[in-house]
Design a protein around this ligand. Sequence first.
Ligand code: ATP
Length: 337
Amino acid sequence: MIELKQISKVYGSGNKKTTALSGLDLTIGKGEIFGIIGHSGAGKSTLIRCINLLERPSTGEVWINGVQMTRLGKKQLQKERRRIGMIFQHFNLLSSATVYDNIAFPLRLSGTPKSRIDEKVKELLALVGLEQHGSKYPAQLSGGQKQRVGIARALASEPDVLLCDEATSALDPQTTDSILKLLLDINKQFNLTIVLITHEMHVIQSICDQVAVIHQGGIVEQGPVANVFLKPQHPITRDFIQRESDQGESLQELTGTASGASQPVKITFLGDKTYESILSQTVRRTGVDFAILQGKISTIKTVPYGQLIVRFEGSDEAVQRTLEELAKQGLDVEVMN
Ligand SMILES: Nc1ncnc2c1ncn2[C@@H]1O[C@H](COP(=O)(O)OP(=O)(O)OP(=O)(O)O)[C@@H](O)[C@H]1O
């Protein structure tokens, strides 16, 4: 488990001071994939680098599996850091070393016997699907392959935690998805805790269990991804979701031009309910009609969800009864303004 308690980070001094993090608390459970999303300058990199103390917080405590990292001396910190792997946006590979040697590097550093290194590197090459590429140099690899080397290197010391600093931001969408799938597989296989920072909601939606939204150095909203994604509370979260779905403008146009006085209603279906005929059965009973203004079906991690924006047509009483019946059957119903 990772616990950050009242973490602040101030860069510089005097009138050149920048407060990157201010009094931030965060708890990340063992085996979770925890995403931290925020705009540029929100404090994401500073936050993730405070977890392994690549950046020392100005105040506050960092606890990992019951060890207070912020209290450790240099030697102990070096030892504890082996339990925390990290991958980077620009991979940070040694360009003059082969793929094999890049992966072997942390093992050699910790004095692992040669025969064990060979065994481990081969195991890791297979894990990340690069068995045929051990003797190549980073310049001979694609971006996705470079990140696979980064992941293998980070896993060499069998860490409990993997920190991902914008690990897919330099990759195209297809490669991004293959790297996210690899991270998900590794999380399942080793029950590895993964903390990732990103500015892309898609990354959060694809693999994270929990999400925290960071803004101006503080967490403004957090929770299970389905809760935050489907019922965002903070304007910054809403903004991320709107950008991702790219639907904000068209909804305004649709609701502005549609005839009739009734308000649009957003209906959210989660899990198996996504594929059930709850809406059609309900309106048949209550006798209202509806027009669909917008709709989408997608998944959050592996859970399907649907979101429909509709305008009901019928008497006020019948529309009200429809909303109540939908809510009773476990759908989330929100009358939009
Ligand atoms: N080494 C530094 N010295 C001074 N200020 C810094 C330093 N690193 C970061 N900052 C400042 O701290 C704030 C948070 O920066 P940080 O890099 O953590 O944000 P971020 O969310 O990761 O942004 P981005 O997505 O653009 O990388 C910013 O105002 C930034 O200018």
